[in-house]
Design a protein around this ligand. Structure first.
Ligand SMILES: [Zn+2]
Length: 403
């Protein structure tokens, strides 16, 4: 028994060391072994042994070009291998499913998006599984697993979507259903936490360990990363902001009965409804059409979006006051139009003392991702697990272990 627990301990330490090396390479890019050793506080000998095993397993690669020239032996850098493994992300939104294949550095390799009339779980999962298969067949990467996300309350440890009001899902076994349909291992989480993970691993928040991803789209929510780890709360429901009281009165009442809820004042669905009522967009048009109008300089479209950004700015100030993050990343509809991010900064800055707020441009940033943010971010759920325990996903790594 004693021997067994000792070898288990050694396995844990080895896994942790692999994880540390891969995280450092993800953050810093190609790095010479000596510099890598210095950065993570390990001996060059250990780093050489561990990166050797990671390279044989296809997780890191040795680049042929020396990182720098100078005295002594050339430093051949190691880097995350982008051409052997990948993960797939699937995001289930209203009328839209986005499936993205990303490599181990989080770079988009290929994507598919489908328009869906149904909101039922089973047909959506079957369709998503077909997309996953197409992406895998069309590319040379070995897929280690699938991350899936949607809005609302998603319990990652149970693999279930507890409540997704926009799709009408209640206690939906998403991980199990998608796992059976694809034959791959599947992890699920809420879309805001997925976005926060993606920003942290390969987006706008790679240098900080305490930040908030504030998503303002069809749903409004926050993904929290504290001390480098996503905060999920006691029931995996942390980050809901739909009913945060705001100063602005909304035209229609929220499901909770109030006319002063954040989602009613600032969500994409409500802003689009306001634009329709004002005759700015037609009945068959969406918020994206309003963004396009604002982008081409339409004054009333811009004013409508600026009003929304002011609501978001006030809420951002509340979050900063409450949690003192190093950074707030804005995602969803709020991050795309021309000057909305700037408006959020101005309003938040006006509400908070300068010594706590500092530089608004550094503290509040737009998301690093473009139109496929939600699909890519879903992939980050799986990528996060691969980086935390590479041996669990790449058995070849255990076989190649050099202890
Ligand atoms: Zn409400």
């Amino acid at each position: 028994m004693k021997e067994l627990s000792r070898s288990a301990q050694i396995g844990d330490i080895r896994q942790q060391n692999y994880s540390t090396i891969m995280r450092e390479l993800m953050r810093s890019g190609p790095t010479a072994r000596t510099d890598l050793a210095a950065a993570i506080g390990m001996s060059t000998g250990s780093v050489t042994r561990l990166t050797g095993a990671l390279a044989r397993a296809g997780l890191v690669t040795e680049l042929t070009e020396p990182a720098q020239r100078g005295m002594g032996r050339p430093k051949v850098p190691v880097a995350i291998d982008e051409s052997t493994y990948g993960v797939v992300g699937v995001h289930f939104g209203l009328h839209r499913v986005n499936t993205c294949l990303i490599d181990l550095r989080g770079q988009l390799v290929a994507e598919l998006h489908t328009t869906e009339r149904t909101t039922r779980l089973e047909p959506l999962v079957r369709g998503a599984a077909r997309s996953v298969r197409k992406l895998i067949d069309g590319n040379g990467l070995t897929v280690l697993g699938v991350g899936a996300s949607t809005g609302g309350w998603v319990d990652s440890s149970a693999g279930r979507v507890r409540s997704q009001p926009i799709l009408g899902w209640q206690d939906a076994p998403l991980a199990k259903a998608l796992g059976e349909a694809t034959g791959l291992s599947v992890l699920v989480d809420s879309q805001v936490r997925a976005l926060a993970l993606a920003e942290h691993w390969f987006g706008a928040a790679t240098e900080v360990d305490n930040f908030i991803h504030l998503f303002v789209g069809n749903v409004i929510g926050a993904g929290f990363v504290f001390n480098g780890t996503p905060y999920r709360g006691g029931r995996a429901a942390a980050g809901g902001l739909d009913h945060l009281p705001v100063a602005e009165r909304s035209g229609s009442a929220c499901a909770c009965g109030s006319r002063r809820c954040f989602a009613m004042a600032a969500g994409d669905i409500e802003v689009a409804a306001r634009a329709r009522a004002a005759g700015l967009i037609g009945d068959d048009q969406e918020i994206y059409d309003l963004f396009a109008m604002a982008g081409s300089g339409h004054t009333r479209a811009r004013r409508l979006l600026r009003e929304r950004a002011r609501v978001v700015g006030a809420a951002t100030a509340t979050l900063i006051d409450l949690l003192d993050p190093e950074l707030v990343v804005l995602g969803g509809g709020i991050s795309s139009p021309v000057d909305d991010v700037e408006t959020v900064r101005e309003v938040a800055q006006a509400k908070l003392p300068a010594d706590r707020f500092g530089d608004a441009t550094a503290l509040i940033r737009p998301s690093a991702f473009g139109p496929y943010a939600l699909g890519i971010a879903a992939g980050a759920i799986m990528l996060d697990s691969v980086y935390r325990s590479p041996e669990a996903f790449v058995p070849a790594l255990t076989a190649h272990a050099a202890m």
